[in-house]
Design a protein around this ligand. Structure first.
Ligand SMILES: Cc1ncc(COP(=O)(O)O)c(C=O)c1O
Length: 385
């Protein structure tokens, strides 16, 4: 049996999305900018995908820009907004637990003369509304906060944060990295009243290398690359048509019955949470099994067992998880997210992220638990020698 439990890293492309990708590569291979029929039919199909995504995000189709993924969407939003609005001020705010595509863009802007405030989080990974309020001033042009954290699943209260920002300074723009929440948590761009939102195809059973950026029509933003007039000039370059077709189809599938999708991943997470709690001793959950956390992400430390050693032991049995301690920390190999939460070294060192999709089954979770129990027991014995 195989148990792929790393769906926050990426997901398997669904057959319906595959079919759409194939269509773009076989019959509908025209360039959407071409004036002839072969181009126009592709342009029409791109529009269809844009409409599907706009409807899912709760915005106008003219507010959706296709990008090469969440990373590029975050770069365009953050750099594009900072550069377009820098005459009004050079103060920008983000949190310490953002994805590297946000954090490193803020580091880059620091080298360009922007002043950055990096917000703290508490032991559960939540940002303090009071600290946001205290940090915003007349010079603050941008705040960027992720909706769902990719390592712990912690959900930030985006609506309240947005209201607070606008109350403190109505000219401050608010960008939300929703790569991990899109499809999994219901929200609508216009009712949230945020200025920009990043999403990505491969986290929701679409292809890799495609993403989207919502930008509120009224928001001032500059392109960060130069080229033609594609994507209203904000993201020049011939469109990734296979990606766009597949992305549109993947979004359509989830949003056809979003509640069903959410219920299935919520059930799997609860099932696994209870199973691990009853089967394995000395574990610490670094994410909750409640509605403060995403329904598909569980971060757990098996004390005394290094996460990477467990990860590689499990892969031998075709159980695929992620080490919670991935990337971009000052202390090499240590998760910057769990470090910002102030967790102890032994908890960070043994943190595993498990993430679900609606194609997982309870049988897979039974199998994964049995394998985890086996390897954790074995590795703990070795460590004690
Ligand atoms: C929260 C978050 N933001 C951005 C990204 C980057 O998305 P992409 O892989 O599409 O570039 C990821 C990917 O893991 C993510 O988890």
């Amino acid at each position: 049996m195989e148990a792929y439990l790393d769906n926050a890293a990426t997901t398997k492309v669904k057959p319906e999305a595959m079919k759409a990708i194939e269509l773009a590569m076989t019959e509908m291979y025209g360039n959407p900018s071409s004036l002839h029929r072969k181009g126009l039919e592709v342009e029409k199909k791109i529009k269809e995908a844009r409409v599907i995504i706009a409807k899912a995000l709760g915005c106008k189709e003219q507010e959706i820009y296709f990008t090469s993924g969440g990373t590029e969407a975050n770069n365009i939003a953050i750099r594009g907004i900072a550069e377009a609005n820098c005459r009004s001020g050079k103060h920008i705010i983000t949190s310490k637990i953002e994805h590297p595509s946000v954090l490193n863009t803020f580091h880059y802007l620091e080298t360009k003369g922007f002043r950055v405030t990096y917000l703290d989080v508490d032991a559960n990974g939540f940002i303090s509304l009071k600290q946001i309020e205290d940090s915003i001033g007349d010079e603050t042009i941008l705040v960027s906060i992720m909706h769902v954290n990719n390592e712990t699943g912690a959900i930030q209260p985006i609506k309240e944060i947005c209201q607070l920002i606008k109350k403190r300074n109505n000219n401050t723009l608010f960008h939300v990295d929703a790569v991990q929440s899109f499809g999994k948590i219901p929200f609508k761009a216009h009712s949230l009243q945020v200025d920009s939102i990043s999403i990505s195809g491969h986290k929701i059973h679409g292809p890799k290398g495609i993403g989207g950026l919502y930008v509120n029509k009224g928001a001032k933003i500059n392109p960060i690359t130069t080229g033609g007039k594609h994507e209203l000039g904000l993201r020049p370059g011939t469109e990734n048509t296979p990606g766009i077709f597949g992305f549109g189809e993947a979004v359509k599938l989830i949003f056809k019955d979003q509640n069903k999708y959410i219920n299935s991943i919520t059930e799997l997470k609860s099932y696994f949470y209870n199973l691990l709690s009853s089967e394995i001793e000395d574990l610490v959950f670094n994410s909750g099994n409640d509605n403060g956390f995403a329904p598909n992400i569980l971060n757990v430390s098996f004390l005394g067992v290094k996460s990477e050693v467990l990860l590689h032991s499990l892969e031998v049995d075709d159980v695929f998880v992620s080490s919670g301690s991935a990337c971009s920390s000052k202390k090499k190999g240590f998760s910057h997210v769990l470090t910002a939460m102030g967790l102890k070294e032994n908890i960070i060192d043994s943190a595993i992220r498990v993430s679900f999709s609606d194609i997982n089954t309870k049988e897979e979770l039974d199998y994964a638990t049995e394998r985890i129990k086996h390897h954790v027991g074995h590795l703990r014995k070795i460590m004690k020698r």
